[in-house]
Design a protein around this ligand. Structure first.
Ligand SMILES: *Cc1c(COP(=O)(O)O)cnc(C)c1O
Length: 354
């Protein structure tokens, strides 16, 4: 019940045993092309305007590639922070010398859209806003629709960390001015760790002509040019590709992101209800939460380590809070092949422990 790597389906696990394959062979190009098309199909994007670029690395590699490859040298990005992953976006910008301004919030606070709007108005060289869609630190689903309205008004585009939302939450490519988003195979898509991707508007990279690459490995222009021709610049995780291809087929056959969100919520509603009955309250109101992960206050008089170890002994893995929240909360995710039986079993065991 931790936010990735997720519990795999038998089907994905078996797909990992596919044949050995060289990434310079035609069969690899076919597999890669199929995955790229399926990724666009998750949100029905036309491949004329959009592209999915596949990387071997974790979600953070995709975030780093996105920021390095989408913010021009003469541009500046406004980075919104209300958790660990917003901070990570700022760290990436600092490390690569990407010009930026950070707007910090307390970790349990929603985005202050008025402050964003004021910043965009006061500093017209801000060309992008970078934001985390689902801030996994607290389970908060940030209000990208509200943010998008302020950005669109000022001609500013969005760079989104969708690592823990892609495939299970709404991402509105029509109404949100998205330049790119970064995500991974092993969260809501139920593939294995090691493959990550950036979905971008092709025009995003055209605007980078005068900016030299900031990274050798993470330069998306290089990947895009080669992947459009069926190749790839570096060795890819072939087994990770097998897993992702199967996971995407399963995702589509099961009804796409809406059905996946519905299934996660079915489990999470039960978790919220069951924990509330045991006197454990959620950190955030339901309307502010993702279906993917919710945070809960630690039971009075019990620290995280004790709770975790007792649950682990009985077969359930929960997730700690980060930073200052570690002493206050724990987190539960409903991603992956988790059944309602697992949820019921978890609640029973927790009751015994308490
Ligand atoms: C998990 C996660 C990441 C980082 O993913 P890694 O695969 O561990 O690099 C980034 N952003 C968010 C919102 C996440 O939930």
């Amino acid at each position: 019940m931790n936010p990735g790597p997720v519990v795999l389906s038998q089907r994905v696990r078996e797909a990992l045993l596919g044949p050995d394959l060289c990434h310079r062979e035609e069969e690899f190009g076919t597999l890669q092309g199929r995955i790229r098309a399926e990724l666009l199909a998750v949100y029905t994007l036309p491949d004329r305007d959009y592209a999915a670029v596949l990387l071997t690395g974790t979600g953070s590699a995709a975030l780093e590639a996105m920021l390095c490859s989408a913010v021009p040298a003469d541009g500046r990005v406004l980075i919104l922070e209300n958790g660990v992953y917003g901070e990570r976006l700022r760290r990436i910008a600092e490390i690569h010398g990407i010009r930026h301004r950070a707007l910090r919030h307390a970790w349990d606070e929603p985005l202050a859209l008025q402050r964003v709007s004021d910043a965009l108005r006061a500093e017209p060289d801000l060309c992008h806003v970078a934001v985390v869609h689902h801030e996994t630190t607290t389970g908060r689903l940030n209000d990208i629709a509200g943010l998008a309205a302020h950005c669109a008004e000022r001609g500013v585009s969005l760079l989104v960390d969708a690592v823990s939302s892609f495939g299970a939450e709404e991402i509105n490519f029509t109404d949100w001015p998205l330049a790119a988003l970064a995500a991974t195979a092993n969260k809501c898509l139920h593939g294995i760790p090691g493959v990550a991707f950036v979905v971008l508007r092709r025009a995003t990279l055209h605007a980078m002509q005068d900016t030299p690459p900031r990274s050798l490995y993470l330069d998306l222009r290089n990947y895009l040019a080669q992947q459009d021709r069926g190749g790839t610049p570096f060795t890819q995780s072939v087994q990770g590709y097998y897993g992702l291809a199967e996971a995407l087929a399963e995702h589509r056959e099961a009804g796409g992101w809406r059905r996946r969100r519905g299934r996660y919520w079915q489990r999470m509603e039960r978790v919220r209800e069951g924990l509330t009955a045991l006197g454990i309250s959620p950190l955030l109101a339901r309307e502010q939460c993702s279906a993917v992960l919710n945070a809960f206050h630690l039971p009075p008089g019990m620290d995280y380590r004790t709770l975790h170890d007792q649950l682990k002994r009985r077969g359930y893995i929960i997730y700690a809070g980060q930073g200052a929240l570690e002493k206050r909360i724990f987190r539960i995710s409903c991603m992956g092949e988790i059944t309602m039986q697992t949820v019921e079993g978890f609640l029973e065991v927790l009751q015994e422990i308490l």
